[in-house]
Design a protein around this ligand. Structure first.
Ligand code: ADP
Length: 308
């Protein structure tokens, strides 16, 4: 700092609110490392509930990639990362910063995950599945986008239902044509949050957005943060109440909602029960830091699922 001519040890705090904000940042020293990506969060949720999930993805053979493969396995998710040595490239990373109001900011380095290709998809596992769940971030790379289109085709040819998510308002803003290609010919189930729904449909309210989304998906779930969610089951619209909690970190809430909802569908639950489970799971998640549950929190989720 001296070499740069910067005077050290000087910090001007602007006002009380900013002061509190800064302090909570400076003292916010909770540090967590977890394997992720939006879809990984969802399949982990599904596996934690007792479902069987297979995740096709791409990481490098570096330390982060080895961590990723074993972390996913220990979370109960099967993955195709047995031949890591073939993956020359750096594993993607995402720095998630959580603000005191439980919201989050993310900075992502995609790394080798953006090189996901058709040959990285495990078509045998796919053909044996009830659902293919396509993460919305796949549209950001031309190769991954093609892989997603091919996986959708393969799923439909094998009678596997297709679910997807819009994932992020920025994906919607910058990759709308690619998303439209994924939705072309329809999908069985579409997840999105309110921001993504409004951005994608260019409508000014959620009900109008739902009407547009219904043209691309048989069923649509639009999540509304602490206001719960709206679900169109193919015939009727349902309101899903949020689980009333004090949120500390909303990172992964939508992923958890989708994972738990999909789990319910694979178990043959009614839509109302899928919604109840998804709401409880996502509400439970936002009361703690990080995009997934650990230890006792998983037991509590399972117990809720057994009780209801
Ligand atoms: P995303 O994480 O994609 O932005 P949302 O913020 O809409 O998605 O949250 C997804 C789901 O998580 C909601 O439908 C709700 O069930 C739950 N959730 C999110 N925030 C809260 C909150 N503050 N209190 C209770 N539940 C919440």
């Amino acid at each position: 700092l001296e070499r740069l001519g910067v005077e050290k040890g000087v910090m001007t705090l602007v006002d009380e609110e900013r002061h509190d904000y800064l302090l909570s940042h400076l003292h916010g020293n909770i540090h967590q490392r977890a394997s992720g990506g939006s879809a990984a969060n969802s399949v982990i949720a599904l596996a934690q509930l007792g479902g069987k999930a297979f995740h096709s993805c791409k990481v490098g053979r570096d330390e982060a990639g080895v961590f990723y493969a074993s972390d996913l396995n220990s979370a109960g998710v099967d993955n195709g990362l047995h031949q890591l040595e073939d993956n020359h490239g750096t594993t993607g990373k995402c720095l998630v910063m959580v603000t005191p109001d439980a919201d989050r900011t993310m900075n992502t380095f995609l790394g080798i995950s953006s090189e996901l290709k058709e040959q990285d998809i495990h078509f045998d596992a796919l053909a044996d599945s009830q659902y293919l769940y396509l993460e919305g971030y796949l549209v950001s790379s031309p190769e991954a986008h093609l892989a997603a289109l091919s996986a959708k085709k393969h799923a439909q040819a094998n009678g596997v239902k297709v679910a997807t998510t819009l994932s992020d308002p920025n994906m919607v803003r910058f990759f709308k044509p690619q998303i439209e290609q994924i939705l072309e010919g329809g999908v069985d189930l579409l997840f999105c949050n309110d921001d993504e729904a409004l951005e994608f449909t260019e409508q000014s309210n959620i009900h109008q957005a739902m009407d547009v989304l219904k043209q691309s998906a048989t069923q649509v779930a639009i999540t509304l943060g602490k206001k719960g969610a709206l679900f169109f089951d193919g015939n009727e619209l349902h309101t899903i109440e949020a689980h009333p909690v004090k949120a500390v970190d909303t990172n992964g809430a939508g992923d958890m909602f989708a994972g738990a909802f999909l789990y319910g569908l694979t178990q043959g639950y009614s839509f109302a029960d899928c919604g109840k489970l998804a709401s409880f799971a996502a509400g439970h998640l936002v009361t703690q830091f990080g995009p997934r549950l650990y230890g006792e929190a998983i037991d509590e989720l399972r117990a809720f699922n057994q009780r209801n």
